[in-house]
Design a protein around this ligand. Sequence first.
Ligand code: SF4
Ligand code: SF4
Length: 200
Amino acid sequence: MPEFLNPVKGFGVTFRQMFRKVDTVQYPEEKRPTAPRFHGRHQLNRWPDGLEKCIGCELCAWACPADAIYVEGADNTEEERYSPGERYGVVYQINYLRCILCGLCVEACPTRALTMTNEYEIADDSRENLIWTKEQLLAPLESGMEVPPHPMRLGDTERDYYQLGSAGVAPRGREDQGARPGPATESGPDWTPGEGGAGQ
Ligand code: SF4
Ligand code: SF4
């Protein structure tokens, strides 16, 4: 290109752009699906009988680079059981003013209790509303699940419970409902007590 055209060369880029196909999404009227592995808001998952997968271990909170998670654990009792095993998360909060949706907490969780959904509409104009509580984060009850506290319904021993729960087996007395896979964003854990290791 001749030297004397240099001052107007940049306009060529603008001019070319005018004839390209517009790719504007009319959000919020038009919403496109996210990529399947998009990191949206979190979810605390349940076993097939409704008990919570979270054991209140705080590993997610320790892994979080933004210090966005607060967990308090408590002991289960036979009369009041929220999760299989000894402990459950009595308080669970995620501060979405801090969270950068990096997913490190999900990687740290040993029971696959914590996963991320594809939901991204979590903006709010109130600081309080952006601190999500356990009740907001817990997965909805699916067919055949009961609201905790209640006894373990999947097996007599913890090993049975975790193996049957991982396989999506229906709680006892509800076999007619067949196997139910977990929520779409949740992968079944390969973990059983005593074997250690992360969920995947
Ligand atoms: S996604 Fe990242 S920033 Fe958000 S709570 Fe998890 S570890 Fe913390
Ligand atoms: S979500 Fe997972 S890592 Fe976090 S406290 Fe519960 S079991 Fe532990």
